[in-house]
Design a protein. Structure first.
Length: 146
């Protein structure tokens, strides 16, 4: 899997966001503690304002991460390595030109073979141990090809 494809995954983006906020909170806490100690050493009587402000900022950061949307759940039985479809931004990608033998996936060829043998979608679903909707999903791109 290419890194760019991996980074497009909503679950990976959520984890990276959480990690970035946690690292930021850690660095922020170090700065706030250092600043508080510096204020105490210089005799400032209002050093206590700095930790309160620091805690307030960290609480806002943590709440912001909670609002990062979770990854959409996958359909029951969908392989984990399939990409999650998200709303496309910009023009759709250009289709890659392939040779006719390469255009069908192995599962599409298997479903098409059973269909050519005269089996119904329900029979094909039973033979392949999948739902009838899955059979239709495999046939749709085959039937839409020109």
């Amino acid at each position: 899997m290419r890194v760019t494809t991996w980074l497009r995954s909503p679950s990976v983006r959520r984890r990276l966001s959480i990690a970035a906020v946690l690292v930021g909170c850690f660095v922020w806490a170090i700065v706030i503690v250092g600043l508080s100690f510096a204020m105490v050493e210089h005799g400032s009587g209002q050093w206590w304002v700095v930790p309160i402000f620091g805690a307030f900022v960290m609480a806002i950061a943590v709440l912001a991460v909670r609002w990062v949307p979770a990854a959409p759940s996958r359909a029951h039985g969908a392989p984990a390595d399939l990409p999650v479809l998200v709303a496309a931004q910009g023009p759709p990608p250009v289709a890659v030109q392939r040779k006719p033998a390469e255009t069908l996936s192995s599962r599409e060829r298997e479903v098409l073979h059973h269909l050519a043998a005269g089996h119904t979608n329900a029979e094909i679903a039973k033979m392949l141990s999948v739902a009838p909707g899955t059979v239709k999903a495999h046939l749709k791109p085959v039937l839409n090809r020109r």
